[in-house]
Design a protein around this ligand. Structure first.
Ligand SMILES: Cc1cc2nc3c(=O)[nH]c(=O)nc-3n(C[C@H](O)[C@H](O)[C@H](O)COP(=O)(O)OP(=O)(O)OC[C@H]3O[C@@H](n4cnc5c(N)ncnc54)[C@H](O)[C@@H]3O)c2cc1C
Length: 509
């Protein structure tokens, strides 16, 4: 591209940037009157939020020679629905993400997922996670609300203490060490269930398995307006078109049918500094100048896709160093409502993490008359239940309800369903979690470009918002913009990597 062309493109961009989509169409229109066009082709691997937003970004930057390659038959990625229920009382529930986590505080920064949800009219309901709670243990209903409130304060103290470590440049440790250092040492099943609710229910792993510092900034950048977060409002999608509607409707505004290939599972990515060949399970080979891979880190870790040549050591260390955690919602439907009338229920088992968090959908503001309730398990417990049959898990869950309600004859549910994210070869888990052995250099390497042609984006590559839908959104936008700039510049080195992640203070042995 000539300098004149570049300047002309930049000025158009600057002029029209405030107008959002108008900008894109104007750039495309301008191409017809002689401004040089980008002539590179891009394959966007994966049609989740990161892939769709990257595609929209290329489109807005005047690059239309791209194709989304998606193994499933729809866009949305982990945004997936399941219809459950007895005939005549069926409800669409979310297998995957359910909440816009943090929306907006005053005129502060807005969660871009919230903006899309409003734009496309997705129906949501405020979900009160903290003040609408009933507590149980193995003997039935027991009020340990005080412990629950203390655990919320303990979690806040944990994040503040992590911030102090960052300010002093102290090393990371596990969130368990952090809890111990602030004096929060859960002893009883109730203590442990409350801690689980504050921690594992968000990160899908235990404090032992999680970085103290990264879990804290993950919380603050989303929920804490003082740290630039959106706010602590959690809006739950109750839209019967599915939460996925917002991203599918957004894609429909710009994506042409020939720009997406469904039912196309990638098996191999062969790359060089000249371009990329992508082999599909059907044997078809697609070639492009650039590839943007948005597969989950679980997929990359599990060698579901082979790379030729194998990815460099720095990339592999980054991929294997982060964790793909699992979060499992187990849905039940009953004919008669016999459970708590709050939004949330917490059950303290002597085994930490055994069917602990319950949510009542049978409320006026959610799914009235549905008889639907669900329980969530995470981490290793998710892996465990995925290895059991549906019938075995159902028996365990009903056994827990019998403990929670010793005076009720628990009926047979009219519906029972849970998704198996951990064993799903297109995901291999639910979302990434940051262990304390994972350093910033690793994270840079997770995002970094390989051989100028192979680019990466997705929730896990988001430094501030890993794990979240808005992390995937921001990465699609950010990496998509950098890639577009690279294409317009006629090529570039891409996102830089760290050759070796080394210790600032080496071990003395
Ligand atoms: C159970 C669960 C609960 C969650 N709850 C929330 C929540 O409430 N709020 C929130 O903000 N976030 C939540 N998340 C996280 C959120 O879903 C993710 O952060 C986000 O959807 C990731 O988007 P992505 O585009 O990075 O990846 P993905 O959505 O995984 O997109 C990647 C795409 O690649 C495709 N793919 C994979 N392998 C291949 C292959 N070999 N060939 C072709 N295509 C392939 C997949 O089908 C997928 O469509 C949850 C996730 C789960 C699973």
């Amino acid at each position: 591209m000539s300098l004149r062309g570049l300047l002309s493109w930049c000025s158009i961009g600057t002029l029209l940037l405030q107008n959002g989509h108008v900008y894109a169409r104007s750039v495309l229109a301008d191409r017809a009157v002689g401004v040089p066009v980008a002539n590179a082709s891009v394959l966007i691997l994966g049609g989740g939020v990161a892939g769709v937003i990257a595609a929209r970004t290329l489109y807005e930057q005047g690059i239309t020679d791209f194709m989304i390659v998606e193994a499933r038959d729809e866009l949305g990625g982990r945004l997936q629905t399941e219809t459950i229920g007895a005939p005549g009382n069926e409800w669409v529930v979310e297998r995957g993400p359910n909440w816009v986590q943090g929306t907006q505080t005053g005129n502060g920064p807005e969660n871009p997922i919230w903006a899309l949800v409003k734009k496309h009219g997705v129906k949501t309901q405020y979900n009160d996670w903290y003040d609408s709670m009933t507590t149980y243990d193995e003997s039935g209903y027991v009020n340990y609300t005080d412990t629950f409130n203390e655990s919320g304060d303990g979690y806040d103290t944990l994040t503040v203490a992590a911030g102090a470590r960052v300010a002093k440049k102290l090393v990371d440790m596990t969130a368990r060490t952090g809890y111990s250092l602030i004096g929060a040492k859960p002893q009883t099943p109730a203590d442990k269930a409350c801690e689980y609710y504050q921690f594992d229910w968000e990160y899908a792993q235990t404090p032992e398995e999680s970085s103290w510092i990264a879990s804290s900034w993950g919380n603050n950048f989303t929920y804490d307006p003082d740290d630039g977060g959106f706010g602590d409002d959690n809006q739950m999608s109750i839209d019967q078109r599915g939460f996925k509607y917002f991203i599918q409707a957004e894609a429909a505004e710009f994506l042409q049918p020939e720009q997406v290939k469904y039912n196309a599972t990638v098996t191999k990515i062969a790359y060089s500094s000249d371009g990329v060949d992508v082999t599909l399970a059907s044997g078809e080979v697609l070639s492009a100048d650039y590839v943007l891979c948005t597969f989950s880190v679980g997929v990359l870790q599990n060698d579901d896709v082979t790379f030729d040549p194998p990815l460099p050591a720095w990339k592999q260390e980054a991929i294997q160093g982060i964790v793909m955690a699992t979060y499992t919602k187990i849905f039940l439907q009953f004919e008669e409502d016999f459970w708590f009338d709050t939004q949330m229920g917490l059950y303290a088992d002597t085994t930490r993490g055994r069917y602990p968090v319950w949510q009542n959908m049978n409320l006026t503001d959610f799914f009235p008359g549905s008889g639907v309730v669900f329980v969530t398990v995470t981490g290793e417990y998710s892996v465990r239940v995925e290895a059991l049959s549906d019938e075995e898990v159902k028996e365990e869950v009903l056994g827990v309800l019998k403990l929670m309600y010793p005076n009720v004859t628990i009926p047979e549910p009219t519906a029972f369903y849970f998704p198996r994210w951990h064993t799903n070869p297109l995901f291999r888990g639910s979302y990434s979690n940051w262990p304390s052995s994972f350093f910033n250099g690793h994270h840079e390497n997770l995002r970094a470009t390989v051989n100028q042609r192979l680019w990466f984006a997705g929730e896990a590559t988001s430094l501030k918002y890993f794990g979240f839908l808005h992390g995937a959104y921001f990465e699609g936008l950010d990496v998509g913009t950098t890639l577009a700039n690279c294409i317009w510049a006629g090529g570039c080195a891409g996102m830089a990597h760290v050759p070796e992640v080394t210790n600032a203070y080496p071990y003395k042995v």
